[in-house]
Design a protein around this ligand. Structure first.
Ligand code: UGA
Length: 436
């Protein structure tokens, strides 16, 4: 089966490589010259464990290729995935669909025979219908179907998530389109992955509802963590005690500095807007957006408080900048407001992140010093702030930290250390949701 994947970003690249691995012939269309040249030269513009090997293997096998020429990529296409960006529109919080519609117009002009046009980007409810309208207006004679196939992969474990998903969701309007998509995902059905077949609108909403629910879970435990600190409880035990109830589930109950990334902030905001426009306000989701934004901007205060009220002139080591580990993605990372605030307040920041420092530079104040590793960052520091839970940080023992640091203050916003061990070494250790 010949698949055209429009968009060589996170979702497009991972899905394209995985479909190629399933044996499909995949052409990824990327309009950004720099990204395209990198891809054509075997360089993966994003950091995602295992992706470089997967791409290389499938390119070598002749099943995966990259082009900037959409027209050529559409020749003979049986499935066209739209996996372009849908950023938050400036001013109103809606998803910006400019790139989606531009892609559809080009597809409409060039498609030569029956194909299923599938939205894989997260798109507001109703987008599938509009895509069909654009196609029909441009090419009334053409046979096509539109479908929605939202993607649930996480950055950092994208390939595993794609290859072993909890479910595949497809929104379709015809049996023909359903059959095409079932063929495409056949290897997953062989491992008994459940498939949810719905209308297009329902599939579109499933994606927003799933991401918003997960974001709500994280926000819920973050507020419970604040409460734990006040009443002398431990958020890890609360999360475990709650999460073992199968109706609640243990995942996404890890308290931290607030969610970030390219999906939760954008999708919660968009879902709130969709609800308002439809006359069915999503009040819980609206609150999640507000509570999370407020949380990220108050995290710096925890550091100032731990330092006795001022960070002026202090050397602060920052471990981790990306919004989560195993990615180089800095989008909406809590480190941005935290580090910016600490610099404003006169701190001397020495940061290290295993993958995110290049992406961090344009986002953080120029005064930040980037170190070559975690040890260099923390050597001689008055304070250590942990912002992302990379495994490499967990490996450093409290005794080692004591020998490297000048000061004795640690603010661990990801709870990667054991408070008892830290205190035994004489550290003033503060973390999230664990009574001081
Ligand atoms: C998220 C969803 O998990 C994916 O299912 C979805 O496909 C993706 O968005 C998307 O829409 O493309 P991702 O943004 O890669 O994936 O990252 P997550 O692992 O979900 O983490 C999101 C944020 O929540 C991070 O800032 C993370 O630190 C935070 N988080 C997550 C917590 O603070 N606590 C948790 O327990 C879990």
């Amino acid at each position: 089966m010949r698949v055209t994947m429009i968009g060589g970003g996170y979702v497009g690249l991972v899905s394209g490589a995985c479909f190629a691995q399933f044996g499909m012939e995949v052409v990824v269309v990327e309009v950004d010259e720099r990204k395209l040249t990198a891809l054509q030269n075997g360089k993966i513009p994003i950091f995602e464990p295992g992706l470089d090997n997967l791409v290389a293997e499938n390119v070598a096998a002749g099943r995966l290729s990259f082009t900037g020429n959409m027209d050529a990529a559409l020749v003979g296409a049986e499935v066209v995935f739209i996996a372009v960006g849908t950023p938050t529109r400036r001013g109103d919080g809606h998803a910006d669909l400019t790139y989606v519609y531009q892609a559809v117009e080009q597809v409409a002009r060039k498609l030569s025979g029956y194909a299923v046009i599938v939205t894989k980007s997260t798109v507001p409810v109703g987008t599938g219908r509009k895509v069909a309208e654009i196609m029909r207006t441009a090419r009334p004679e053409l046979e096509f179907d539109v479908a929605s196939n939202p993607e649930f992969l996480r950055e950092g474990s994208a390939i595993g998530d794609f290859m072993r998903p909890d479910r595949v969701v497809i929104g379709v309007e015809s049996e023909r389109a359903e059959a095409v998509l079932r063929t495409l995902y056949r290897p997953l059905f062989l491992i008994e992955t459940p498939i949810v077949v719905t209308t297009i609108e329902t599939a579109e909403l499933i994606k927003y509802a799933a991401n918003s629910f997960l974001a709500m879970k994280v926000t819920f435990i973050n507020e419970v963590a604040d409460l734990c600190e006040r009443v002398g409880a431990d958020v890890h035990d609360v999360a475990r005690g709650m999460g073992l109830d199968g109706r609640i589930g243990r995942k996404f109950l890890h308290a931290g500095p607030g969610f970030g990334g390219s999906c939760f902030p954008k999708d919660t905001l968009a879902m709130a807007r969709i609800g308002q426009d439809a006359g069915a306000p999503q009040r819980l989701v609206e609150t999640v957006v507000q509570v999370n934004d407020a949380r990220k901007s108050t995290m710096a205060k925890r550091v100032t408080t731990a330092c006795g009220g001022s960070v002026r002139g202090m050397k602060i080591a920052v471990w981790g900048l990306t919004f989560k580990p195993e990615t180089d993605d800095m989008r909406d990372a809590p480190s941005i407001p935290v580090v910016s605030r600490l610099v404003e307040e006169g701190a001397d920041i020495h940061a290290f992140d295993p993958e995110g420092m290049e992406a961090a530079k344009p986002q953080l104040p120029t005064a930040v010093v980037y170190e070559s590793d975690a040890i260099a960052a923390v050597t001689g520091a008055d304070v250590l702030v942990v912002l992302t839970e990379w495994n490499v940080f967990r490996a450093v023992s409290p005794a080692r930290l004591k020998s490297l640091m000048k000061g004795r203050v640690i603010v661990d916003l990801r709870n990667i250390f054991d408070p008892v061990a830290m205190r035994a070494e004489g550290f003033a250790y503060s973390s999230i949701g664990r009574a001081v």
